[in-house]
Design a protein around this ligand. Structure first.
Ligand code: B12
Length: 160
């Protein structure tokens, strides 16, 4: 028999959670505050770790909230590459299954290197987004994907 009658769909918060914070060396708080507010206004539960957050703290937050849709990291002071250099290693160690999204001013100086995105991918960043609006759009996409995956599992009875 199908799992439809026996398996509860994921709760509202399970579909809506995002872990947010600012990279370890960075104390710029304004965008973090505004993004947290904006996402909450749009129905997301935000676990906001605030400024000066080491990668290990993002991982620990994910350990506590393994249903998070994404980890979103801001960096304004130009030192994201150094701050996130252990990301790939720690992602593996903590079995991170959601995307790690990065945004802000990602290198020192106004001219950005063409290779910057590739450099971030190499250290474990899944995608770079420019604005809170893009972040919201991406989270909404992730949420719908999550919902259709869990629906498929429910209908076929392979929900775990
Ligand atoms: C206010 C400010 C400060 C304040 C911060 C106060 C506080 N507690 O927040 C103080 C004076 C403390 C400060 C300190 C420093 N600052 Co400062 N600061 C600024 C300033 C003027 C505004 C930043 C801000 O709040 N903007 C408002 C928010 C809403 O906009 P935003 O930060 O640009 O964020 C937008 C996007 O980037 C994006 N975004 C941001 N985060 C994220 C995250 C995700 C996931 C996504 C998708 C998108 C996203 O969305 C936001 C909204 O559109 C900027 C210059 C500027 N005009 O932008 C410099 C600036 C960011 N600072 C800069 C620097 C260098 C420093 C210092 C290193 C200076 C120094 N030598 O001490 C220190 C670093 C301190 C530290 N440890 O981090 C540089 C960074 C240069 C770079 N990256 O190449 C800037 C750009 C100034 C400049 N032109 O040189 N700063």
């Amino acid at each position: 028999m199908s799992g439809l009658t026996t398996i509860d769909p994921p709760s509202q918060t399970e579909r809506n959670k995002v872990i947010l914070g600012v990279a370890a060396s960075d104390s710029h708080v304004v965008a973090n505050y505004l993004i947290a507010h904006y996402l909450r206004e749009n129905g997301f539960e935000v676990i906001n770790l605030g400024v000066c957050t080491p990668v290990s703290d993002f991982m620990r937050a994910y350990d506590e909230h393994r249903d998070a849709l994404a980890i979103a990291i801001g960096s304004m002071n130009g030192h994201a590459l150094e701050d996130l250099r252990e990301l790939e290693l720690l992602k593996q160690r903590h079995q991170i299954r959601c995307p790690v999204i990065l945004g802000g001013n990602l290198s020192v100086g106004s001219k950005k290197r063409d290779t910057l995105e590739a450099e971030f991918r190499e250290i474990g960043v899944s995608m770079i987004l420019e604005s809170p609006e893009q972040l919201l759009q991406e989270l909404e996409t992730l949420r719908s994907q999550r919902m259709s995956t869990s629906l498929t599992r429910t209908v076929t009875g392979v929900h775990r």
